[in-house]
Design a protein around this ligand. Structure first.
Ligand SMILES: [Zn+2]
Length: 253
């Protein structure tokens, strides 16, 4: 494995309650920064971006942790994207699951169920712009659940749809008859290809968390999106859409 790599977040600091300078076990976990009772060096308490764990760090490590937070903010990765779902549709889904389960469903189960119904409906009607939005909501939900690998695959799948110009069919004309546009039969319009900066930023953040290099990311992207290609017959195959996406992630990030 090789290829380009973006700067990863590291497991800086100690989680075992030992002094990061002299490595002796401290009598208790310090609630705030202060000097080590054994060696007298200033022990700092920080949260690191890798896993949001509280750790004990040296002053040098604290600077490195601060730089990683800086990177995380630049990447727009401070928090997962919010799954954009319609409140009234969520309420309808909650009511129907309540009847089916005979109990109050969990919020995540409601969202996941709505997402899978909407995805199926949009796919059936070839509303691929809306399908793409639902796939983004699905990735964001996985992201909020801390399922980094699955969330990354989902966001990369959204980029794949964007690079194929996924879009909804034109609305029916005044007489209610579907407007026919020459050459448009698939719900894709590659001349309208784009990449959403917020989605790319979140990919960069997750790749840094997972510490994957370009070859690993490309392999994951290709296998995930090849399945989309098989079912949607996108005009561009995964390997054709990788170059602009790889540049956006590994050169822009
Ligand atoms: Zn010490």
């Amino acid at each position: 494995m090789g290829g380009r790599r973006i700067q990863a977040y590291t497991a800086a600091g100690r989680m075992d309650g030992g002094c990061p300078y002299c490595h002796r076990d401290l009598p208790e976990w310090p609630t705030r920064s202060g000097p080590c009772p054994y060696c007298g060096h200033e022990i700092l308490v920080r949260t690191r971006p890798l896993d949001r764990e509280r750790v004990l760090v040296t002053e040098t490590e604290a600077e490195a942790v601060e730089m990683q937070w800086e990177l995380s903010r630049e990447r727009g990765g401070a928090s997962p994207l919010r799954p954009l779902l319609d409140e009234s549709e969520l309420e309808a889904e909650r009511a129907s699951l309540c009847i089916r389960f005979g109990r109050e469903p969990q919020p995540d189960d409601i969202a996941a169920s709505l997402i899978s119904h909407r995805a199926f409906e949009h796919m059936r009607r070839l509303e691929l712009g809306s399908y793409r939005d639902v796939m983004l909501a699905k990735a964001a939900l996985l992201d909020q659940q801390g399922r980094d690998t699955e969330a990354l695959a989902g966001y990369l799948g959204v980029c794949f749809l964007d690079l194929n110009g996924a879009r909804n069919p034109p609305p029916p004309g005044p007489d209610g008859v579907a407007v026919r546009v020459a050459g448009v039969v698939t719900g894709f319009s590659p001349d309208q290809a784009f990449l959403a900066p917020s989605v790319v930023a979140r990919c960069v953040h997750l790749i840094a968390l997972l510490d994957q290099d370009e070859d690993a990311v490309r392999a994951g992207f290709t296998s995930y999106c090849e399945r989309q290609y098989q079912s949607l017959r996108t005009p561009r195959r995964p390997h054709e859409t990788w170059p602009p996406l790889g540049d956006a992630i590994f050169d822009g990030g």
